[in-house]
Design a protein around this ligand. Structure first.
Ligand SMILES: [Zn+2]
Length: 359
């Protein structure tokens, strides 16, 4: 009996003694398998499986060309519509590891934001929306057929308060949009698409649907359902800006009234728009800058972005545009420019346009 126990203990000791040797290769194998599995999942997880096509609309242009005319009075009647109020983590909206955010003592918290769509009424080409607002079905997120449960939870739809739906706005204005220019295809920018007529052309930056990340495993189905039976997404045919001021510039209507600016970083095809309106020049940053604080202090978006360094570069290009055209009316991705969190004072005065221009 004792001998059996001794043998058992010895065997146990021997096993224990060699375990680190066994465990290391085994754990290595498991780790490799997990990495391969996750990489396979991530590789398969594009943002959307909806088809795309090259846009037939838009002429490749340069930043210099845009700057030469942007301050001149334009033909586009413009309106921003606040479609909803929402709350999301500040760490998604702002890179809290940026030295200025650290200096200001910014901590992660829930931040109140807004969801917009913008209306461009061109006298010749008709009414175009920039982003899409929210469809009627978002009045009742719990019964929304397009949202999976996991997306409802991840998007915190309980904190979503709809102010107006896209269908309601179209009814009130008796308007059928001639097209939609998406700043990118994240869910909070495509939630109004189900309210649009199926023949409405939709335009995006390049490679938006191809963005691959693990998170897309949960959001792709919802993204595809929201785009639904609309036609192929028309991708801007951006080409490198010869002036070097921007990544790429497109003269959307070919008449110098609306300019699409490639601002990659938040997503691969993120697009901002500079518009010559009847009230003066307007810049729609999309989510190249979500918050007023981020815009004022030059801090790029946080964890919601694919590529923070590219995001920072795109933000710098847009802020430099304001320095050159100080009368530019800047409309940010998710907050009015006037919102100024209490932390603002902690990092001193904002940079003036002249200071920005000297960078
Ligand atoms: Zn957004």
């Amino acid at each position: 009996m004792h001998r059996k126990m001794d043998d058992a203990l010895r065997m146990n000791d021997e096993m224990y003694a060699v375990e680190p040797l066994c465990r290391r290769p085994l754990s290595l194998v498991i780790s490799v398998l997990v990495i391969v599995y996750l990489a396979a999942l991530a590789a398969g997880c594009v943002a959307s499986s909806h088809p795309t096509a090259p846009s037939q609309f838009g002429r490749v242009a340069s930043g210099d060309e845009m700057l030469a005319v942007l301050a001149e009075p334009g033909p586009v009647r413009f309106e921003t519509v606040v479609a909803a109020d929402w709350k999301v983590p500040l760490s998604g909206l702002l890179n809290l590891d940026h030295p200025r955010a650290i200096e200001a003592g910014l901590q992660d918290r829930t931040e109140s934001i807004e969801i917009y769509f913008h209306v461009l009424d061109h006298p010749r080409f008709g009414v175009f929306l920039v982003d899409s607002g929210l469809a009627e079905e978002f009045l009742e997120p719990d019964t929304n057929p397009h949202l999976s449960m996991i997306v409802k939870t991840a998007m915190n739809t309980d904190a979503l308060t709809v102010r107006t739906t896209t269908a309601n706005w179209m009814r009130e204005k008796s308007v059928k949009p001639a097209g939609v220019f998406l700043t990118h295809i994240h869910l909070d920018h495509i939630m109004g698409l189900p309210d649009l007529a199926l023949d409405t052309p939709v335009y995006t930056g390049p490679a938006e649907t191809e963005a691959r990340k693990l998170l897309n495993m949960f959001s792709r189905g919802t993204t595809d359902r929201l785009i639904g039976d609309l036609g192929a997404l028309n991708e801007w045919q951006f080409a490198s800006d010869p002036s070097g001021l921007f990544t790429a510039v497109i003269d959307v209507f070919g008449d110098g009234s609306v300019w699409a600016l490639h601002v990659p970083g938040h997503s691969p095809g993120s697009t901002a728009f500079a518009v010559r309106t009847t009230e003066g020049p307007v810049l729609l940053t999309g989510d190249a800058s979500h918050t007023a604080w981020g815009w004022h202090y030059g801090v790029e978006p946080g964890t919601f972005s694919d590529d923070k360094p590219r995001s920072a570069q795109s933000l710098a290009q847009l802020r430099a545009l304001l320095a050159r055209i100080p009368q530019l009316d800047v409309r940010l991705g998710h907050q009015p420019l006037g919102v100024s969190p209490a932390h603002t004072a902690a990092v001193g005065p904002r940079e003036s346009p002249a200071e920005l221009a000297s960078k």
